[in-house]
Ligand binder design. Structure first.
Ligand SMILES: Nc1ncnc2c1ncn2[C@@H]1O[C@H](COP(=O)(O)OP(=O)(O)OP(=O)(O)O)[C@@H](O)[C@H]1O
Ligand SMILES: [Mg+2]
Length: 291
């Protein structure tokens, strides 16, 4: 697929067998159309188009300065688009006022680069934070939820530790637990594996796949890491100088002849073959979220 062709998954790429189907209702979970963003005279995003199905893992990959973080910030409503549409479950967030945007943002869980845990708070208080801010639950109930969430991510008896007493991989898990507290429909990860060694990076990738499996979330990941992208993505979008220059499943991109993709692949040192990865879980996953 060349840069000027459609960047959205084509008909053959539609919902996979067994893929949870937002498309049941005829629409993708996230749809970006003709999105542009300029800062003053500088155009940072040009005609970005994406379609991300419910429960899918989409990886947006690209070099430094390509516009990845800007795109992510627009998706979650932290930055306004200059033109174009961003539909979340069919609702155009570019048309929303600040109050509506705040409401919509509750659908998102965010795992920031470097985890962004508050160093002065222990794990319990970090993870409890969104629930204390946004719900009226009693603190005992919140604490029980925190422990449940931490345990479900393989973290036991670390509630009283401080972030500085955790390994990098543990910090990512704690950040993910925090992002999951309000049971989001969509989780957005900014560079989840940057700064981690290869083994820990693969553990974080596994965690992203497990989280999709257990919680049925749609995942959008910003990354430099082609090795991880090939392993976990349902769709990869390659962003270069603000434009999507390649899009498709890892299998399609590797088998295809998109030169920019193959250049990026080569420079990243990733193997030119796609390891098997778990497919999206059935559509009932979201409904079966623990309450
Ligand atoms: N608030 C802003 N005002 C002006 N220019 C900005 C602003 N935010 C980003 N840019 C510019 O937009 C371009 C894309 O930046 P962005 O942070 O989205 O890139 P990125 O792909 O996330 O890069 P990296 O991999 O280094 O994080 C850069 O040239 C940057 O200088
Ligand atoms: Mg960035």
């Amino acid at each position: 697929m060349s840069a000027d062709q459609s960047t959205e998954p084509g008909p053959s790429r539609g919902p996979k067998k067994g893929a949870p189907n937002a498309e049941k209702s005829g629409e993708p979970h996230i749809q970006v159309s003709a999105l542009t963003k300029s800062f003053g005279d500088t155009k940072v995003l040009t005609d970005v188009n994406m379609k991300i199905g419910k429960g899918h893992i989409a990886v947006i990959i690209g070099g430094s300065g390509a516009g990845k973080t800007t795109l992510l910030r627009i998706l979650i409503g932290l930055e306004r688009a200059t033109s174009g549409e961003v539909l979340i479950s069919g609702q155009d967030i570019t048309q929303m006022n600040d109050r509506q945007l705040n409401e919509m943002r509750r659908k998102f869980g965010m795992v920031f680069q470097y985890s962004a845990l508050l160093d002065s708070m222990n794990v319990m208080d970090n993870v409890a934070f969104p629930m204390r801010e946004h719900t009226k639950l009693k603190d005992k109930e919140i604490q029980a939820e925190v422990t449940k969430k931490l345990n479900s991510l393989g973290l036991k008896d670390i509630e009283s530790r401080f972030p500085s007493q955790l390994s990098g991989g543990m910090r990512k898990r704690v950040a993910l637990a925090r992002a999951l507290m309000l049971e989001p429909e969509i989780i957005v990860y900014d560079e989840p594996t940057s700064g981690l060694d290869p083994v820990t990076s693969r553990m974080v990738d596994d965690l992203i796949v497990e989280t999709r499996k257990n919680f049925g979330v749609t995942s959008v990941i910003i990354s430099h890491d082609m090795v991880g992208a090939l392993q976990i993505a349902d769709e990869i979008y390659l962003l270069s100088k603000g434009a999507i220059v390649a899009a498709g499943s890892p299998q399609e991109l590797i088998a295809g002849d998109n030169e920019l993709f193959h250049q990026f692949l080569k420079s990243s040192g990733a193997p030119e073959q796609v390891p098997p990865h778990e497919k999206p879980k059935q559509a009932d996953a979201v409904e079966s979220l623990p309450t």
